[in-house]
Design a protein around this ligand. Structure first.
Ligand SMILES: NC(=O)c1ccc[n+]([C@@H]2O[C@H](COP(=O)([O-])OP(=O)(O)OC[C@H]3O[C@@H](n4cnc5c(N)ncnc54)[C@H](OP(=O)(O)O)[C@@H]3O)[C@@H](O)[C@H]2O)c1
Length: 271
């Protein structure tokens, strides 16, 4: 049974640990290094995992080490941890914006490093995680890494680290795009006279229903849209307006801005 150490026991670590346990990992194989006594106690009582104030003790014999601290803390935490990783576990970082080259510089040479980009719906096991590794992992190790993130949702591997920035623009930041659309639709529903709660519930259920139609029927979104857009009908009137006003160009600009920011962050967090 592989042992997995988390360094940092905050929101992302807890949601991955929760998903792992729900999906058949044993609490006995999960170790967490995190400084606050309160965080340790919560993780122990909620999940039955073993926790340590000392990161070295957590990682010392782990097969896999998941770095789940804030990006700005990563350099200090990894530099301190490196001497405890002489047994060369696979190192996974979930930090946004910390490139593999930086992690590689801070660790011993030649270590297998995986960069994972999960998103917040992981909390409901409905996340989406993009994964990149700097070395070819054995099938068993690739499957182990996959199973950790599959425990909180969908996973995909990219073969070029630059594509992690595209993952950030699509699924990392993506939930917020949908929230913004829901916010706008609710507001306009209210302006059109619906009670606030009704507008909110209609928007939520519509988003859920559309997401389920797209994921569960396997029909591409463009076809689902065509199916509900009768010529001369109400949906046609609304969609034509979105297209005439340049919605696609707005999205392209917005998502390219997200990529640009991810590239800047990679530079900021590399030193
Ligand atoms: N939240 C998300 O949706 C999300 C999505 C994608 C990626 N991420 C990435 O996940 C990482 C963690 O984010 P988060 O939202 O989980 O942050 P968080 O809730 O603030 O958790 C960070 C944890 O780091 C711990 N920590 C601080 N100093 C430490 C040290 N020296 N050694 C070990 N642990 C230390 C803190 O522990 P104590 O509680 O014990 O003080 C805290 O629990 C970030 O790099 C972020 O970019 C997060």
């Amino acid at each position: 049974m592989s042992s997995i150490a988390f360094i940092g026991g905050g929101n992302m670590a807890s949601c991955i640990i929760g998903g792992m346990i729900t999906n058949g990992f044993s609490p006995d194989q999960i170790l967490v290094g995190t400084p606050s006594a309160g965080t340790r106690q919560k993780l122990e009582s909620t999940y039955g995992v073993t926790t340590f104030a000392d990161n070295h003790a957590a990682a010392a014999s782990a097969d896999l080490v998941v770095l789940a601290v804030k990006p700005q803390m990563m350099h200090a935490v990894v530099a301190d941890l490196a001497p405890a990783l002489g047994h060369r576990p696979i190192v996974i970082s979930v930090a946004a914006g910390v490139p593999v080259a930086a992690l590689s510089n801070w660790l011993a040479e030649g270590m297998s490093i995986v960069r994972a980009m999960p998103n917040t719906p992981s909390m409901l096991e409905s996340g989406a995680t993009g994964l990149f590794t700097n070395q070819t992992l054995s099938d068993a190790n690739q499957q182990l890494v996959n199973s950790i993130f599959q425990a909180v949702g969908y996973t995909c591997w990219v073969d070029d680290e630059a594509l992690i920035d595209a993952v950030i623009a699509v699924s990392g930041s993506g939930p917020a795009y949908f929230y913004l659309v829901m916010e706008i639709m609710q507001k306009i529903g209210e302006e059109l006279g619906l009670p606030s709660k009704t507008a909110q519930e209609l928007c939520q259920q519509t988003a859920l229903g559309a997401a389920r139609m797209a994921t569960e029927t396997g029909i591409p979104p463009c076809q689902l849209r065509a199916q509900v857009t009768s010529p001369g009908g109400t949906t046609h009137a609304a969609i034509s307006c979105f297209q005439e006003q340049g919605l696609e160009a707005i999205f392209r600009q917005a998502m390219n801005s997200a990529v640009g920011r991810a590239q800047e962050m990679s530079k900021d967090y590399s030193s």
